[in-house]
Write a protein that binds this ligand. Sequence first.
Ligand code: COA
Length: 506
Amino acid sequence: MDKHITERLRMNDLHTRIVSADEAASWIQDGMTLGLSGFTRAGDAKAVPTSLVERAKTETFKVNIFTGASLGFDLDKLMAEAGIINKRLPFQADPSMRKKINDGNLYFVDQHLSHTAELIRSEVLDPIDYAIIEAVAITEEGLIIPATSVGNSSIFIEKARNVIIELNLAQPAELEGLHDIYSLNEQGKRGPIMLTSVNERIGEIGIPVDPAKIKGIVITKSLDSSSTIVPPDEETAQMAAHLITFFREEVKAGRLTNELAPLQSGIGSIANAVLHGLIDSEFENLEVYSEVLQDAVFDLFDHGKIRFASACSITLSEEKMNEVYANLEKYRDKLILRPQEISNHPELIRRLGLLSINTALEADIYGNINSTHVSGTKMMNGIGGSGDFARNCRTAIFVTKSTAKNGTISSIVPFASHVDHTEHDVDILVTEQGYADLRGLAPRERALVIIHNCAHPMYKEQLLQYFEEASLRGGQTPHILEKAFSWHTRLADQGTMLEKQFSFSL
Ligand code: COA
């Protein structure tokens, strides 16, 4: 057998279980539930799902697809377009899948990312027929060494009836040793999770499995798809500058030091750009306790700003991926990858006291945040881990540009058209205009700070008029219910949220 395979497939008994991706895909039957590895395009099972899509050309079937988060390799797109998905959870970020979801062609369960494992463990969700997991190695003892993400792979392997491993020879073998796999007992029979600092290890380097459950091993050789984030721009640089001003104020007030507190940063271009802004700041010796590590974290490493980073996946642009994987040794003792229920666990987020930075689509004048539903109905990506972090962290920071789509949309609206994070879970709102510190403020105070500090100048008067009129009606959180969504209906009818009488300010 090929030496490259035997070096990585070290449990000799498993050599006879090597099969082709097509053969493994042929075992999957209509109505089954599959648990696929993969988290924001990293460490996804690539070959078997691709064969499954191929099978759909001659056969009609549907399966439920559970993952860690979004998939690379266009898998969500291909599976959605092939019409093979009945239900998808807990997250996706693909435009074609988004369209199928919004057209009502497949069910999407938008779930807090720390919840999926609990729901599988407690048998609330359908049992997993096949876990299909990418690995970089299987050890002599039979530990499955995941690749660039852990996501939900450990709970899938633990609970699935059958396991298929995609042993990926292209993913760096040096990933072995990076993971810390810790599994939880049932709720009610569980002690504290003994993790008290970002760099602690509490588990094993791989996922234990009953070898009898491994039905097949598929050998693959493809790197992850690269991330789709766009580089920082002028507005995101301004947002980063405002965030840094806020951090400086916290240091001045004695609530933080220049080492800050462990940082969590969400997905997407804005979160990446904002984190990137820390490179030229005085903050140093930083720690990251996050869900995804995007390019900015490695740029911060390279500038000597970060001392340790823990997450459940690494999602990089093509250029950064080549650079990081060619020099993995440089980062190895400063990185840990954990299961997503540990990276996103409320107990740990609260204990470590994170500064959490996540992105909003829109915020309302009282600080309720919509991160998922465009104009209140159309799914964008999903809540992801933003709720896990916002509800439990030290300081919940939300960032958004003050307008979208060339200014026709104000990201600050009278009433959020969908609420993912309530005003109670939102401490700081940042746009390129400035930041609003909402801590300790009552709704009427919050509204004025948000409008003055965060709204785009062309929408300020319009927002103030709404707030003043609403305040005359009274209430703890004043609203004019018949006008609360008028901004969204105007956008649908006239292509802009801006009222004609205010358009002079354009
Ligand atoms: N209404 C309609 N569309 C809006 C909008 C609004 N209020 N605000 C932004 N958009 C559009 C943008 O125009 C852009 O559209 P395009 O793709 O056609 O260019 C798109 O939404 C993405 O926005 P962008 O400003 O580029 O931000 P982003 O790439 O940072 O993504 C979210 C922002 C909110 C979509 C993304 O961060 C997300 O899905 N968050 C929820 C999950 C999460 O926070 N996970 C992290 C937990 S660790």
